[in-house]
Write a protein that binds this ligand. Structure first.
Ligand SMILES: NC(=O)c1ccc[n+]([C@@H]2O[C@H](COP(=O)([O-])OP(=O)(O)OC[C@H]3O[C@@H](n4cnc5c(N)ncnc54)[C@H](O)[C@@H]3O)[C@@H](O)[C@H]2O)c1
Length: 256
């Protein structure tokens, strides 16, 4: 039995990286998927169709309320409802560093995409989920919502802490209405976002030292967590943080 059979899932930032792999995984489990991104999603739509799944693309900037509302309406009009919102779109900007050097512009842009974008997804998806009778929201935070790092990205870290706090509140508000909301907290996964940040061996090794399992994660390992949270398998789980990080947040000292 397909794990997302009968579900309509809207995934933001699904044209590349973790969102794309999530879209393919969700479609393989029977979801009808709406890929919502500022960049073109033809490649992922074609890949899903080639694998026998069902997906559509809608242009969407998560910082723009009309654009997010339009994406939700598109999902409902195209597939007749909405059951899953995977709030995945997010950025880690190049000059995001410590609080002294990080520009206010970088801070605000990061907050707009990572925090306001997540809130807007919920703002428009929740009424559609209420109409559909139930829903599961998966908000992408990060392990940095739980731990600080000496190699900082202060705006990014603050934004992911906000996503985690917002997740708990949304979960509590809608718990009796059949709408669940959980945060997914990945450790470092080699996607374009991380490759840009960890651009040389020294930077990569500085991170690897802190991962007990001694490797970066694979996108599919995050998609599998998202699938669990999106599906009815996690039916008594809401307001939680699912950390998938190779053991980073468990460790005080990592093995040699
Ligand atoms: N890669 C990691 O190691 C890692 C770790 C923890 C959390 N995350 C989180 O996972 C999520 C996905 O990250 P990724 O590594 O796949 O990034 P990515 O850069 O590979 O992909 C991000 C996607 O979001 C889209 N996007 C950017 N701004 C947008 C906007 N305003 N509206 C709509 N779409 C927009 C991009 O076009 C892109 O397709 C992010 O929220 C990120 O913070 C990633």
């Amino acid at each position: 039995m397909s794990r997302l059979a009968g579900k309509v899932a809207l995934i933001t930032g699904a044209s590349s990286g973790l969102g794309r792999v999530g879209a393919e995984r969700f479609a393989a489990e029977g979801a009808r998927v709406v890929v919502a991104d500022i960049t073109d999603g033809d490649e992922v739509i074609d890949a899903i169709a080639a694998a026998g799944g069902e997906a559509s693309f809608v242009a969407c900037d998560v910082t723009n309320p009309e654009s997010v509302e339009n994406a939700v309406n598109f999902a409902v009009e195209t597939y007749g409802g909405l059951h899953v919102l995977y709030n995945n779109a997010g950025v880690m900007l190049g000059d995001d560093d410590n609080p002294v050097t990080t520009s206010v512009e970088t801070y605000q842009r990061t907050m707009d995409i990572n925090v306001l974008g997540t809130m807007l997804g919920c703002k428009y998806a929740i009424p559609a989920m209420q109409q559909s009778g139930s829903g599961s929201i998966v908000n992408v935070a990060s392990f940095v919502a739980h731990m600080g790092a000496a190699t900082p990205q202060i705006a990014y870290t603050a934004s992911k802490g906000a996503v985690l706090a917002m997740t708990r509140e949304i979960a509590t508000i809608y718990a009796r209405q059949g709408i669940r909301c959980n945060a997914l907290c990945p450790g470092p996964i080699m996607t374009p976002l991380l490759a840009k940040f960890l651009s040389d061996d020294a930077k990569r090794n500085r991170r690897l030292v802190h991962i007990p399992m001694g490797r970066f994660g694979e996108p599919i390992e995050i998609a599998n967590g998202a699938l669990f949270l999106a599906s009815d398998e996690s039916s008594w789980m809401t307001g939680q943080s699912l950390i998938i990080d190779g053991g980073i947040t468990a460790a005080y000292v990592t093995p040699e």
